[in-house]
Design a protein around this ligand. Structure first.
Ligand SMILES: Nc1nc2c(ncn2[C@@H]2O[C@H](COP(=O)(O)OP(=O)(O)OP(=O)(O)O)[C@@H](O)[C@H]2O)c(=O)[nH]1
Ligand SMILES: [Mg+2]
Length: 345
């Protein structure tokens, strides 16, 4: 969690929330340490988060958000690295968020990302950041959109978000992008796994990576077969299927072209705004749920909940009625008109 953007040491800690506007100002001006600091604050669920969000709010929706997901080792970081190169050659400022999942078997991802994306470590037009979901209270779904906002505020035209497609949370994060790439590789049984994990539904572009290996044709056929089976109304997006050998930079132009094409469709259909609003809705919901959870915990330090729980366990109250009481208690608190202690039914 201590990674700094582009390996620059982090700026001194922010002590007061009134430092936040200045920090955002510095991030706006392209100071990588300020960007790194803001992401660290976001990632750790710092108490200054509301100030950070307020300062960044005007820059919402300015970056194109592209998610990359797929099984461990399929080539997401290699592809991201090559996409950064392609985007830089077009003059774009690029942010990369590599999300390290809490899943233990991919625990080494951050180090790998570092090595794979080293090419851009000294480029001032690129911010690369690994984030860990481990230990974050709100999980990925709370921290990632805020980190995207930081990068947006820092003037990134495109933000690439790499998540390992292993669990529902990762799939959710990927599905919050404007355009989602799902990477597959030959011979990994990936096509079938993709369906299982619900990844098929979120893919705007399939990238069959490692096309230098045997079985790429079969994987392309499999995935095209699945796309053909999917029901689609007129004017709906039909996922593109692109081959790549990311490790040699092959097919990356095709991937970029597929992203552009999808972007065009999003804009033309008004779908871009719809996705941005869906992302905002998920963000607000995650924040509200987090606040709610904190409120429940703080209701006389959790004794309210344990009192209700004891009654539910003893069979003198049903859990729905108990939940209603808890919510009523919170509502009373927030209107400054506490409803007082619960009445034993
Ligand atoms: N043969 C072949 N190997 C590749 C290709 N692309 C990536 N690799 C290799 O596959 C391995 C994993 O690549 P990464 O880019 O780290 O994969 P990843 O999906 O980011 O992995 P995690 O983040 O750990 O899930 C590396 O050894 C790459 O060099 C390719 O097109 N062909
Ligand atoms: Mg990776």
């Amino acid at each position: 969690m201590t990674d700094a953007v582009n390996n620059v040491p982090a700026a001194p800690p922010v002590r007061r929330s009134r430092d936040i506007p200045m920090l955002v100002e510095r991030a706006r001006a392209g100071d990588p340490r300020a960007v790194a600091r803001l992401i660290t604050l976001v990632e750790s669920g710092d108490e200054t988060l509301p100030q950070i969000a307020a300062a960044l709010a005007p820059y919402a929706g300015q970056a194109q958000v592209v998610g990359l997901t797929g099984s461990p080792g399929v080539g997401k970081s290699t592809t991201t690295n090559e996409l950064v190169r392609a985007l830089r050659s077009r003059g774009h400022r690029v942010g990369v968020l590599a999300i390290d999942p809490s899943s233990p078997f991919t625990g080494g991802a951050i180090l790998g990302d570092r090595v794979r994306m080293q090419d851009h470590a000294t480029d001032p037009g690129v911010y690369i950041r690994s984030m860990s979901s481990r230990g974050h209270l709100g999980g990925l779904s709370a921290a990632t959109p805020q980190a995207v906002r930081v990068l947006e505020g820092a003037g990134c035209d495109v933000v690439l978000v790499e998540t390992v497609g292993v669990g529902q949370a990762e799939v959710e994060v990927a599905s919050l992008a404007d355009t989602t790439l799902v990477l597959l590789a030959p011979g990994m049984g990936d096509a079938i796994q993709a369906v299982k994990a619900g990844i098929l539904e979120i893919a705007d572009v399939f990238v069959v990576n490692k096309a230098d290996r045997d079985g790429a044709d079969a994987t392309v056929r499999d995935i095209q077969g699945m796309i053909a089976l999917g029901e689609r109304g007129p004017g709906q997006w039909r996922p593109a299927v692109v081959r790549a050998v990311a490790v040699r930079g092959e097919g990356i132009d095709d991937v970029a072209a597929a992203i552009d094409k999808h972007r065009g469709w999003l804009v033309e259909r008004g779908e871009l705004r719809r996705r941005q609003e869906a992302r905002a809705a998920a963000e607000v919901e995650a924040i509200a749920l987090g606040a709610l959870r904190a409120r429940i915990g703080s209701l006389r330090d959790g004794t309210e909940l344990s009192t209700l729980a004891a009654w539910v366990a003893a069979g003198s109250l049903d859990p729905y009625a108990a939940a209603d009481q808890l919510l009523a208690q919170i509502a009373g608190d927030s209107t400054g008109n506490p409803t007082g202690r619960y009445e034993r039914p």
